[in-house]
Design a protein around this ligand. Structure first.
Ligand code: GAL
Length: 422
């Protein structure tokens, strides 16, 4: 759990340093929304939510905290909640929703959910994550698929790569060709959550969905210490050898830009990368290509963005908050937001006519993998396990990624040990 009380002192210091102690003036019908959508495609997407809320007469108070993957946003959120001044809504995902609800700080959204019939409009696996003890406390925005591989079509052509590689062996053959052509094979941003994103796709591709589930969802020690995990780390280290020396610290959208600018061939990233390509005017299937990461075509690592709503005192703001929840689940927002964001609507039975082929493939695979068991929660994007354990595994993976002196055997051991963190 979040142990809010223990955080108070540390947080007070952070806030004093950042000058965040001032109280927020209460404006009638104001929604303050904490999110981490600050890249080109992300900003365009969240602007649609602002537009719709303003059209309904509400005041939008933007609370953007930069930092892909949302770790910075999570830290700032804790400080605001501890000081008794939570935003109306905050981008929180997966098991963390339960952790916050347990603290008693989340609002009850059941009246909106009942009026709008959310139970019938959402896949049950998603609805369950949004509820705490049967009560809606969060509202889902979209479904992102994480196990994607993006590529620049012109770069592949120049390097003589025909078609997107389907297996890791094919991938390394293609990567060698790109390298020979004098270009970067893998555009990577060396931040721990990006290392972790690549890791989960590699584990899924090398081990398959059952192994992924055993190792990264159930945290089974046998799976974590197995030869398959060894093979996964060997593959991961090989992928890293195709990244450029300037990758450490790079933001994910700058890695996407390298693919756009024909500096690099491939990027392993969730489909928010597609939002970047689109925002830059690039055309899917022509300028850039999408395919499941090697070996993962029959699987789908899901990442459902959602907003948890916090208990508010002001009744006008409570009303605006309810409107925000209804808006997010509404068809207008679900379409326009997801067209920009690269994800697919989370609301069932939406018309997909305006969506591109990558989104259509995602929607088809989402439904199919849900039937076959290939639908798995993304560990790197907070969907699979509690946040403390996730953080420990993420660190162990990043250490391995960053230090080639760590042997494969030690990498396996360190990750398995991290998985026992409570
Ligand atoms: C993910 C999030 C996406 C996207 C990405 C990069 O965790 O679900 O919406 O914003 O991080 O920040």
């Amino acid at each position: 759990m979040l142990k809010l009380s223990k955080l108070t002192t540390a947080v007070a210091l952070v806030m004093a340093g950042a000058g965040m102690g001032a109280s927020v003036s209460a404006i009638a019908g104001e929604v303050e929304v904490l999110h981490f959508w600050t890249s080109g495609g992300e900003a365009k997407s969240v602007a649609e939510l602002k537009r719709i809320m303003q059209a309904k007469g509400h005041v939008w108070k933007d609370f953007a905290v930069a930092g892909g993957g949302g770790d910075n946003a999570a830290t700032v959120l804790k400080s605001r909640v501890v000081s008794g001044n939570p935003p109306a809504a905050a981008q929180i995902k997966g098991p963390a929703i339960q952790e916050w609800a347990y603290e008693g700080v989340l609002a009850n959204l059941d009246s909106v959910a009942k009026a709008e019939n959310w139970d019938a409009l959402l896949p049950k696996v998603v609805a369950d994550v949004m509820k705490y003890k049967g009560t809606y406390v969060a509202v889902p925005v979209n479904v992102h698929r994480v196990n994607w591989m993006w590529a620049n079509a012109a770069v592949l052509k120049k390097a003589g790569v025909t078609g997107m590689p389907k297996t890791w062996d094919e991938f390394f053959v293609a990567a060698d060709k790109v390298k020979k052509a004098g270009l970067i094979a893998v555009a990577h941003g060396g931040q721990n959550w990006q290392d972790f994103t690549t890791f989960e796709s590699v584990v899924l591709g090398v081990g398959g969905t059952k192994f992924y589930n055993d190792a990264l969802v159930k945290l089974d020690q046998k799976a974590l210490n197995s030869d398959t995990m060894k093979k996964s780390l060997e593959t991961l280290r090989k992928v890293k050898s195709y990244t450029d020396a300037a990758s450490p610290g790079r933001d994910w959208n700058l890695a996407t830009a390298m693919v756009m600018q024909e500096k690099a061939a491939f990027q392993f990233m969730g489909d928010w990368a597609k939002g970047e390509f689109l925002a830059a005017g690039k055309v899917p299937g022509k300028d850039f290509l999408c395919a499941a990461a090697p070996g993962t075509a029959n699987a789908f690592t899901f990442n459902v963005d959602s907003f948890a709503m916090f208990k508010l005192k002001n009744t006008e703001n409570q009303k605006a908050q309810g409107d925000l929840a209804a808006t997010i689940m509404g068809t207008e927002f679900q379409e326009v937001f997801n067209l920009n964001k690269g994800s697919i609507p989370v609301r069932l039975n939406m018309n997909m006519a305006k969506f591109d082929d990558c989104a259509k493939l995602s929607a088809k695979d989402f439904v199919e993998t849900a039937k076959t068991g290939g639908l798995v929660p993304s560990i790197a994007h907070n969907m699979a396990i509690r946040s403390s354990t996730e953080g420990a595994i993420k660190d162990a993976v990043s250490q391995f990624w960053n230090d080639d002196k760590i042997s494969i055997a030690d990498g396996v051991k360190n990750i398995a040990k991290a998985a026992t963190t409570k």
